[in-house]
Design a protein around this ligand. Structure first.
Ligand SMILES: [Zn+2]
Length: 268
């Protein structure tokens, strides 16, 4: 009886689930979804070891209000569903598939638990763009090797094609929709500039892994990428100082030790 009700519910539930971190890519996707006539449920996993977690959650709350208030927003965007890492179901076959893929194409540990999560939310969207090592290596940098699914005139996404990937990759990724796999960073900027308010919202997204007093640190990998992409205006002067200091001394013997201790005691 209960099972029947659930199956029926799923059939009629056209809610789009999206993994959201408050970062650039997934926020861009949320902006796209905001203009559909659908219900959208952003999902976030609270991972205990992630230094930036509380800043990410605070950023998402602010961004969500701004996206809901955009003049072109037609979707019903629900509050962020925050799941706890500890509550995700263990799945041996998924962990094994992750380990096998990770040996060939190293990827972040977050993919292991996100893949397990995808079994509870089949069809959940994940914002992976081309150029991200894992999926490029696994799929041969070729978007035409993905399955392009068009649900209706306003909604489409990519799925991995079981014919062209190994079984481990399929177990790992089969429940994910990859909606922005054909969209580069430049293309996202190009699209966003034609929309009211999108660039301001994207510029307010979160990227730093080791925030210093709630602000970008200037020295972690994502912070360095922001500067090197020519978006240094997104860092404040303190962070830019740390960036320049690191560039100047990163090859000395003492800098890595200094950074390690700073991270341990100050957490940035
Ligand atoms: Zn940083």
């Amino acid at each position: 009886m209960i099972q029947e009700a659930t199956a029926d519910q799923q059939k009629n539930d056209s809610t789009i689930y999206l993994l959201w971190t408050g970062g650039w890519d997934s926020t861009f996707r949320l902006l796209q979804l905001s203009e559909l006539h659908r219900t959208v449920q952003p999902v976030y996993v609270r991972y205990p070891g992630r230094y930036s977690a509380s800043t990410e959650e605070a950023t998402m709350k602010k961004l969500l209000e701004r996206i809901r208030a955009l003049p072109a927003t037609t979707a019903t965007i629900k509050d962020v569903l925050v799941l706890r890492y500890e509550d995700l179901k263990p799945m041996k076959e998924v962990t094994e598939a992750y380990e096998s893929v990770n040996r060939r194409a190293p990827c972040g540990p977050q993919y292991e638990y996100l893949s397990r999560l995808s079994y509870s939310y089949p069809g959940i969207e994940i914002g992976i763009e081309p150029g991200e090592g894992l999926i490029d290596d696994a799929l041969g940098k070729n978007v035409s090797r993905m399955l392009h699914i068009v649900e209706d005139e306003e909604y489409s996404y990519y799925l991995i094609d079981p014919e062209v990937v190994g079984e481990d990759m399929y177990v790992f990724f089969k429940n994910f929709r990859l909606p922005i796999y054909d969209t580069s960073r430049d293309k996202m900027i190009e699209i966003s500039k034609t929309r009211d308010g999108w660039m301001d919202i994207l510029n307010a997204t979160w990227f730093c892994h080791y925030p210093a007093n709630g602000k970008p640190c200037g020295s972690c990998v994502p912070c360095q990428i922001v500067v090197e992409d020519g978006l240094g205006y997104r860092l404040d002067e303190e962070a830019m100082k740390r960036y320049r200091f690191q560039k100047k001394y990163e090859d000395t013997f003492w800098y890595p030790l200094y950074k390690k201790f700073r991270r341990k005691f100050l957490r940035y």
